[in-house]
Design a protein. Structure first.
Length: 357
């Protein structure tokens, strides 16, 4: 396969709207990179610049050390899988998968072997004589992947390939993409707004917001040590709880609770004494048995865990709302009170929004 380097990429449209700012990333051979973020953050635009479907306003794009910044899409040796499958309805599945090779005028015997090999990998062998309309959404997306596989490209590009599928098919197709990557050891760039896809598929995640890269790291790094408030709020489901607190002498004083600091935390926050910061706690890092009182609004049983939504000290304001993901099956009702503790917390600078480490 190949490695690819995105160096200081900018995308500025003719109306002077900038969609991507100073994007830098080195992708290793065989690496699975996921670009994640909300709609309009610039992730698909970045992918399209890599594919050659959008011009690069500034910066360089290198493939195996060769500058392909201005190379046409057809000369980049990349295959793209789109959200809407982009299949030809009048062609059979076999003809769809073979189409790009037919255009290249490759030997029909070679084409046949490649199509059958891709169909075997994707479980489509018995579907090759059907038309796209006869297949499910998940099968159509597999055909789109098969069309990419037969080209044997240096880079696979995926632009939100699962967003048109229902939840069950998304899970199944996600697993198929992961198995495909492991089997082929292919270099892949994958765009999604779904953090579950990012966390389960990626070797590394690029989290974006408003055209800027917020953090690059492994799924665990983004989950466990988010770089700032945006990453902390975007990665994790349910999202992290945030509370304004003041750093005191050995404790954090919030509007509705007090949190006692460990010696290590005291040292970390030494320069913030007397200042306001943001405390973050993931719902799954909250447990019963503490001295922080939560008044229950609603209770969602998930089997091995329960989501408890409530407010601190019964306050009705937005800054008092909290979500706890408690272990086991709980039967709390609206109006019940439960005492909880924060097992692990994160600290953020209120002005810069960056994590305090």
């Amino acid at each position: 396969m190949a490695n690819i380097s995105l160096q200081h990429l900018d995308k500025i449209y003719d109306n002077n709207v900038q969609a991507v700012y100073d994007f830098n990333l080195d992708v290793k051979d065989g690496e699975f990179i996921v670009l994640v973020g909300p709609s309009g953050c610039g992730k698909s635009t970045t992918l399209r610049m890599v594919a050659g479907l959008e011009d690069i306003s500034k910066g360089k794009l290198l493939l195996d050390g060769k500058d392909i910044t201005t190379a046409p899409a057809k000369d980049r040796d990349m295959a793209m899988v789109f959200q809407n499958y982009a299949l030809y309805g009048h062609m059979t599945i076999y003809e769809n998968m073979a189409f790009s090779l037919t255009l290249r005028k490759e030997d029909p015997n070679v084409i046949h072997k490649k199509v059958l090999a891709a169909a075997e990998i994707l479980g489509l062998t018995d579907q090759l004589n059907k038309k796209p309309k006869q297949l499910s959404g998940g099968q159509r997306q597999r055909v789109a992947m098969g069309r990419a596989i037969v080209r044997s490209p240096k880079i696979f590009l995926f632009d939100e390939p699962l967003s048109n599928l229902d939840a069950k098919l998304r899970g199944a197709t996600r697993r198929e993409i992961l198995l495909l990557h492991k089997r082929m050891n292919a270099t892949m760039l994958y765009v999604t707004h779904d953090q579950t896809e990012a966390l389960t598929l990626a070797d590394r995640i690029v989290c974006m917001s408003m055209g800027h890269v917020q953090q690059v790291g492994t799924p665990l790094e983004l989950y466990d040590t988010p770089a700032n408030l945006f990453v902390a709020s975007f990665i994790g489901l349910p999202p992290m709880n945030f509370f304004d607190v003041t750093v005191g002498d050995g404790e954090l004083k919030g509007k509705y609770f007090t949190y006692k600091l460990s010696d290590a935390q005291k040292a970390l926050l030494g320069s913030y004494k007397g200042k306001d910061i943001v405390l973050g706690v993931r719902p799954e890092d909250i447990a019963t048995g503490g001295d922080i009182k939560v008044d229950v609004f609603s209770n969602e049983n998930l089997g091995m865990s329960t989501l408890v939504h409530g407010s601190l000290c019964g306050a009705k304001t937005a800054d008092a709302q909290i979500t706890c993901k408690l272990r086991g099956w709980c039967d709390y009702r609206q109006g019940d009170g439960v005492a909880v503790q924060f097992k692990k917390v994160h600290f953020f600078d209120k002005e810069t929004t960056n994590a305090i480490r």
